[in-house]
Design a protein. Structure first.
Length: 278
């Protein structure tokens, strides 16, 4: 077989040396074969993401995340990834920003789905104003609970506290260890005219104790909700239970819907979307 110069191969068909075509190589046995692509997208182009020359944040949220990483974790990234520190930092920030963008999309879809819905109004109110949540229900005796609701509504009106009725759902464990889902009529409350935050919280806790509730919730705008113990003689400190969000609680610990409550009766099923604190 004729020896060919570099960059050429011997063609058995034409019986002479020929230039090696682009994207091909000569194997050890002398046969011409196609060269496997090293990267996606054709001629030596690298995929986007890790190992790419295209570095940089994809949007403003990614830029914000990168600034935070540079301020707090630049040394850690350098130690872990060496020369690839910026590459990994940008890729991580972009991935986190995309997740955040999806959350915004899901929330917008929720708003579009239930626009004008009582649940939407409850969610908006809890995000923009001071609110509370309380119930009067105890046990499963609907007739007795209806009377308790009347008593709570009378007390709320007497204190000048506004309210909107809805349906709450929560998981519970009975004394024998069995788990179940409970339902109740719940009240989203708002302070009366001129009522201070401190006074509103105090009244909510007192009404919770008066009406035999284990706890009540208060929430300031743009802040997480607080769960207040109203059954202990020496109440425990209030607990941060998270901000108001659309949808069911991820752990099933409780959610509220704007399902209409007619004549003080607990509806047989919830017909509206839910919101939760998590």
């Amino acid at each position: 077989m004729e020896t060919c110069k570099q960059g050429h191969y011997y063609c058995n068909t034409k019986k002479k040396c020929m230039p090696i075509p682009d994207g091909h190589k000569v194997r050890e046995d002398g046969f011409l074969v196609k060269e496997a692509k090293k990267y996606y997208g054709g001629k030596n182009t690298k995929p986007k993401g890790f190992g790419t020359d295209q570095r940089g944040p994809i949007n403003q949220e990614a830029e914000r995340i990168v600034r935070g990483m540079k301020a707090k974790s630049a040394g850690r990234f350098k130690k872990l990834y060496g020369k690839r520190d910026k590459e990994v930092m940008y890729a991580t920030a972009n991935k986190l920003a995309q997740k955040e963008q999806l959350k915004v999309m899901y929330y917008q879809d929720f708003i579009k789905l239930v626009e004008g819905n009582p649940t939407t109004r409850m969610l908006t109110k809890s995000k923009t104003k001071q609110t509370g949540n309380i119930s009067a229900d105890r046990g499963s005796d609907e007739k007795a609970n209806r009377e308790k609701r009347k008593g709570l509504e009378k007390d709320l009106k007497k204190k000048g506290i506004g309210y909107k009725k809805g349906v709450g759902e929560y998981k519970y464990k009975s004394d024998d260890g069995k788990e179940g889902t409970g339902r109740e009529v719940t009240y989203q409350t708002s302070p009366g005219k001129g009522m201070s935050k401190r006074r509103f919280g105090k009244v909510m806790r007192r009404l919770g104790r008066k009406h035999g509730q284990e706890s009540v919730i208060t929430k300031d705008k743009d802040k997480p909700a607080r769960l207040h113990d109203t059954q202990s003689k020496k109440p425990k400190p209030s607990e941060n239970i998270g901000k108001s969000k659309p949808g069911k609680h991820p752990k099933g610990e409780g959610e509220t819907s704007g399902t209409k409550v007619r004549s003080g009766k607990l509806p047989k099923k919830s017909t509206k979307a839910s919101i939760n604190y998590s």
